[in-house]
Design a protein around this ligand. Sequence first.
Ligand SMILES: Nc1ncnc2c1ncn2[C@@H]1O[C@H](COP(=O)(O)OP(=O)(O)O)[C@@H](O)[C@H]1O
Ligand SMILES: [Mg+2]
Length: 254
Amino acid sequence: MSTPVIDAKDINLHLMSGKISLHILRDINLEVRAAEVIAIAGPSGSGKTSLLMVLAGLERAASGKVAVAGFNLNEMDEDQLAIFRRKSLGILFQNFHLVPSLTALENVSLALEIADTGLGYRQIREKATAALKEVELGDRLTHLPSALSGGEQQRVGLARAMVTKPRLLLADEPTGNLDQDTGALVIELMFNLARKQDTAVLLITHDRVLADKADRRLSMNRGRLQDEDDAEEKPVSQNQKAKDQTGKKQAANP
Ligand SMILES: Nc1ncnc2c1ncn2[C@@H]1O[C@H](COP(=O)(O)OP(=O)(O)O)[C@@H](O)[C@H]1O
Ligand SMILES: [Mg+2]
């Protein structure tokens, strides 16, 4: 079987808050395969964004192994991580993060330019145009972000994230600022593109309806990642720990 897109073992993350070290992620194990869509829910402050940061190589785990798209992030320096992000990752943010002075087409083209694909100007424009058509924005190429609705801006964000054909898409509450129907369209386009391009997706969302469309649902609770079925509003018990261990063994021997 092919190497998983995400292969994370026993990740722990500590962050400093003043002089105090906070234990943010606890013994996280996660394996995600190509084209697999995972939804992650969990209360605010539980560590969901922190997990994405570790998987993007933006935070370094204190212990554990983090391999993404075949790269062992633990062994890479900052320059290598930057190249890894441009070529192998797509990232979608809640607040879109488009460059305000660039048109939709230029925002998407920029992702291809910095991914250093060796493509010329015309090919880049063609690919960016095709990516915008895929998200049904073929008639908004020359619009600035300020002239687009929230849903349209997020679809430009999706085109930008997917135009480089990343192995992994990390989406941090991408529909958090959108109404239900608009968000549902963004997620539908996202899942369709991911399946078409064989991209694995890690989607953080509080929206039950959207999460139900994923292949697998996980829940973050106080820095621990659990299968949704195991996730309950109670402290981690010995019983739960035993279950976690069983889960690990199963994951190791699929
Ligand atoms: N840069 C940081 N420095 C210190 N603590 C942080 C930092 N970023 C996040 N935290 C803390 O880590 C915890 C998890 O945060 P986060 O991953 O953003 O949670 P979520 O995305 O689930 O809301 C929170 O307690 C938050 O206060
Ligand atoms: Mg968050």
